[in-house]
Write a protein of this length. Structure first.
Length: 114
């Protein structure tokens, strides 16, 4: 039944053909840009986290697997936990300056937000 999800259909309202099969265009994942073309912004966030600080790395353009690898590298270098949600890397604690240094050393264009 998942292949018959009407919410993902664009432009088709109803078909009287009993053999009609809606074909979706494949959602292509964006190709990962080289590090020198990435525009990463590092900010701190406390909202909806019971006052705990989380460092956010936003602006990554590319495949989710590459984002996971970058997050793993940052977590290992900072020695803390974190995750990847909604295309952003969340690192537990305030590591803005250290993450900017690590990303610049890796060849990324990174700037500190707030």
């Amino acid at each position: 039944m998942a292949s018959n999800n009407w919410k993902t259909r664009k432009g088709v309202v109803y078909s009287t053909d009993p053999d009609f099969v809606y074909r979706q265009e494949g959602l292509r994942e964006p190709a990962t840009l080289p590090p020198s073309q990435q525009q990463l912004v590092i900010t701190i966030d406390r909202r909806q986290r019971a006052g705990k600080q989380v460092t956010l790395v936003a602006g990554f353009v590319g495949h989710p697997d590459d984002l996971q690898l970058l997050a793993k590298l940052l977590k290992a270098k900072c020695g803390v936990g974190g995750s990847v949600k909604d295309g952003e890397i969340l690192i537990q604690g305030d590591f803005r300056d250290r993450i900017v240094e690590l990303l610049v050393a890796a060849g990324y264009k990174a700037k500190r937000g707030n």
